[in-house]
Design a protein around this ligand. Structure first.
Ligand code: PLP
Length: 426
């Protein structure tokens, strides 16, 4: 073996996996078991006391899931990862390690709609308070910092319009405030952007989207960059203080640069319970093997579709960071030079009615609420996901009555353009 470091595509196929030591199976087996036999009483005691790593019970860890965790940690450049049942579960588990009741976190206003709901309503019942900032105005993050701020949360490529976030500028604010930067990298995937290279301390994903890639399995993951010092000022007691759950162990002191991933597993996943099914881990691992091929095709198709729409007489405007005259094109060139992703919005001159008509006439595009599938998807937010908001609030969140969101798949781009052409023209 040469001593060169494997490239991204090699890691996407191999990281974390080996032929099965018992059977020689080359694909990672689905370890569909709830529990694992201990060697003896001492072994059992050391596993429960965190003195040894090993399998106990699938809510805490599973060998199929472990391959997925190692693979995504390698692709993102982190020290360790924890797979969970969904993207939303990843967000809960991460913030549970960081916030006590009454604490605050700052979040970018441009986020996946489900995250806006989770942060605004569900987290309020835990006593966690979200403070919104504008990702296009870095100073708004600085102004939002208070002594109770415990984290900053952003998306690398943001929903719904595919805008690009200046991760480095916001990581500077986080560093100054002494809090970790959490980046939701779902819409980019590590093929397009590796947030840790730009100052992120924690990366989260909905594996349900581009990483799994085939629209068939829910999953989420948390990646620990190993960059944050949790011991400062007693701000993060889950990591720095003796834990009664484990005979007074201090996680940062014991586990160093992967303490956050351990906290998420042994304090978050163990006690909250959103475990990923090993079957879903297998499906998502299979998807990740082709991530580089799929992601490039998603981006190339998206650019071609965005160019077609920009030249169409029924279209008022297109928001795609990959277009040279787009507001986010500079940031796209810096952060995502291989492509600006495959989720974006455009607006129709005919307003609300034209949006409803378009989604009903499209044949190849599926009208549904998801992104990051091999299949091309469309949604008219104003009549669906954002229908409860008034027109002003819709427009503010990028989902005005005239706006349509696309998630471009990996079909032939000529067929996607032909479908849009017939639906726009008819
Ligand atoms: C879908 C999505 C989530 C939530 O993930 P689930 O797997 O559906 O729980 C979070 N963030 C982004 C950007 C998403 O697209």
């Amino acid at each position: 073996m040469s001593d060169r470091l494997p490239g991204f595509s090699t890691l996407a196929v191999h990281a974390g996996a080996q032929p099965d030591p018992t059977t020689g199976a080359r694909a990672t087996p689905i370890y569909q078991t709830t529990s694992f036999v201990f060697n003896d009483a001492d072994h059992a005691a050391s596993l429960f006391g965190l003195q040894a790593f090993g399998n106990i019970y699938t809510r805490i860890g599973n060998p199929t899931n472990a391959v997925l965790e190692e693979r995504v940690a390698a692709l993102e450049g982190g020290t360790a990862a924890l797979a969970v049942a969904s993207g939303h579960a990843a967000q809960v588990v991460v913030l549970q390690q960081l916030l006590q009741p009454g604490d605050e976190f700052i979040a970018a206003r441009k986020l996946y709609g489900g995250s806006i709901n989770q942060f605004t309503h569900a987290f309020k019942s835990f006593g966690w308070n979200v403070v919104w900032a504008d990702p296009d105005d870095i100073a708004s993050f600085e102004r939002a910092v208070t002594p109770r701020t415990k984290a900053i949360f952003i998306e690398s490529i943001a929903n719904p319009a595919g805008s690009i976030t200046d991760i480095e500028a916001i990581s500077t604010v986080a560093r100054k405030a002494g809090v970790p930067l959490i980046v939701d990298n779902t819409l980019a995937s590590p093929y397009l952007i590796r947030p840790i290279d730009h100052g992120a301390d924690i990366v989260v994903h909905s594996l349900t989207k581009f990483l799994g890639g085939h629209g068939n399995s829910l999953g989420g993951i948390i990646v620990d960059a190993g960059t944050f010092d949790w011991s400062t000022g007693g701000k993060y007691p889950m990591l720095s203080e003796p834990r009664p759950e484990y005979h007074g162990i201090r996680l940062q002191e014991t586990f160093g640069n992967f303490a956050f991933a351990i906290a998420c597993r042994v304090l978050g996943l163990r006690d909250l319970g959103p475990a990923l099914s090993p079957f879903n881990a297998f499906m998502i691992l299979t998807g990740i093997e082709t991530l580089p091929l799929r992601m490039q095709k998603h981006c190339d198709n998206a650019k071609a579709v965005a160019e077609f729409l920009a030249g169409h007489p029924a279209v008022a405007s297109v928001s795609y960071a990959g277009l040279p005259n787009d507001k986010y094109n500079q940031l796209a060139r810096k952060y995502a030079p291989k492509g600006a992703g495959a989720v974006f919005t455009f607006s129709l001159k005919g307003g609300y009615d034209a949006g409803v008509s378009l989604v009903s006439k499209l044949q190849l595009f599926s009208h549904l609420a998801n992104v990051g599938d091999t299949r091309s998807l469309v949604i008219h937010p104003a009549s669906t996901t954002h229908s409860q908001l008034d027109d002003a609030a819709k427009t503010k969140s990028g989902a005005g009555p005239d706006v349509v969101r696309l998630s471009i798949g990996i079909e032939d781009k000529e067929d996607l353009i032909a479908d849009l052409e017939q639906a726009l023209g008819a």
